[in-house]
Design a protein around this ligand. Structure first.
Ligand SMILES: C[S@@+](CC[C@H](N)C(=O)[O-])C[C@H]1O[C@@H](n2cnc3c(N)ncnc32)[C@H](O)[C@@H]1O
Length: 247
């Protein structure tokens, strides 16, 4: 997959894209991420990319011209790319959205700054706006990094063969069970016995129960849409009873 990121701060991406799993995926040619600086596309004398908002008000707005020209150059390189603007009004980034985007051959991500982007540029060259949450960032760069990272996890081969993006929190609509590693005894705090006995059916059952427990405790709203079996519902009843007898 190829991702081209249009930004006025390309240097922000250097360490994120070269370290860890993303760095390895790029080295292996599974993911090609390029950052394109919007500034050189500005036709303004001092290569500025922002101007005062019409109608007044605080802050500056990113001008349409440099963005349209940068997008035209990126689209010429990646004619079939889905063009996404990272912005707070957009469709919320979820596991489902990341899985969907990972099926594209290429994406072009536009990062806004200041008070945002001249609406006419967005109308002319963006297929979709995506938000990473109900809060305001100073710029779209962090959002583009988040999107790139969670989309990359769904590209075949990016995670090691033993790992699966389908076994994480949210992948089946539930949160993940707790994880443990050595030592077995941490100053008297012990790893649950069931994880040590090698009985995989019991481990699976324990993990499912703990996954339901974590979801009930931290994100009960997820239970409304998660795919639950009859057995899951029975366990949830038991967990609810446990909670009410504790309180
Ligand atoms: C300070 S914000 C602009 C916020 C805008 N004035 C508003 O109130 O909706 C600057 C840039 O950060 C990015 N941004 C801010 N919050 C975001 C979010 N939740 N998700 C994705 N991008 C975001 C967008 O690219 C935006 O153009």
């Amino acid at each position: 997959m190829t991702i081209e990121i249009l930004t006025i701060f390309p240097e922000m991406f250097d360490s994120v894209l070269s370290a860890s799993i993303l760095g390895r995926a790029r080295e292996q040619g599974l993911l090609d991420v390029r950052c394109t600086d919007i500034r050189p596309f500005s036709a303004a004398k001092h290569k500025n990319t922002d101007d005062y908002p019409f109608g007044g008000g605080a802050g500056m707005v990113m001008m349409a011209q440099p963005i349209l020209d940068a997008m035209a150059a990126a689209s010429a390189r990646l004619p079939d790319a889905r063009r996404i603007y990272l912005g707070p009004r957009g469709r919320k980034l979820t596991t489902e959205v990341a899985r969907e985007l990972s099926k594209e051959d290429s994406l072009i991500l536009l990062c806004g700054h200041y008070e945002g982007v001249d609406q006419r540029a967005l109308d002319a060259c963006i297929d979709e706006e995506i938000s990473i949450g109900d809060y305001i960032l100073t710029g779209g760069e962090l959002a583009a990094m988040v999107l790139t990272d969670c989309v990359a996890r769904f590209i075949p081969g990016v995670l090691g063969s033993a790992e699966s993006p389908e076994e994480e929190s949210f992948s089946d609509g539930l949160l993940e069970y707790p994880q443990y590693t050595r030592p077995r005894d941490l100053d008297g705090s012990l790893v649950p016995e069931v994880l040590l006995n090698g009985d995989h059916a019991k481990i699976r059952a324990w993990r499912r129960r703990e996954s339901l427990r974590a979801t009930l405790r931290f994100r009960p709203d997820l239970l409304e849409t998660a795919e639950l079996t009859k057995e899951d519902r029975k366990i949830l009843k038991e967990l609810e009873n446990e909670c009410s007898s504790e309180s």
